[in-house]
Write a protein of this length. Structure first.
Length: 115
């Protein structure tokens, strides 16, 4: 299955120790149709820890807004483009929604990588 930039997926996201993982929402960061011939995706962690908001590489999601409802998230959350992982497609449990403000997502990614 192919995924598009901005889609929200439920995935086994690796912990920083790279040994354990937690099932959590993540946003697809890589461009559509990357065609790398690898069965993997670059995703950014999504957390409900709101103390993480307020950084230029992060996007606050209010689930009570129309855009927030599109995400399929259950709690107000923060998309973290500065906490990313490359995961195998089979680690994706399912798609739960999408983040439709792609320009804002791209701005956060640009800030993370200094582009």
């Amino acid at each position: 299955m192919s995924y598009k930039q901005g889609e929200i997926v439920l995935v086994w996201f690796p912990d920083s120790n790279l040994i354990t993982a937690k099932k959590r929402p993540a946003v697809v960061l890589q461009k559509d149709n990357l065609q790398s011939e690898l069965d993997q995706l670059i995703v950014g962690m999504i957390t409900s820890n709101l103390s993480r908001k307020g950084h230029q590489s992060r996007i606050y999601i209010d689930i009570n807004t129309d855009r927030g409802k599109e995400t399929g998230l259950l709690d107000n959350s923060v998309i973290m483009t500065d906490n990313i992982a490359t995961i195998r497609s089979r680690e994706i449990y399912k798609k739960i929604g999408k983040y439709s403000n792609i320009p804002e997502l791209k701005d956060a990614i640009k800030n993370t990588f200094g582009l």
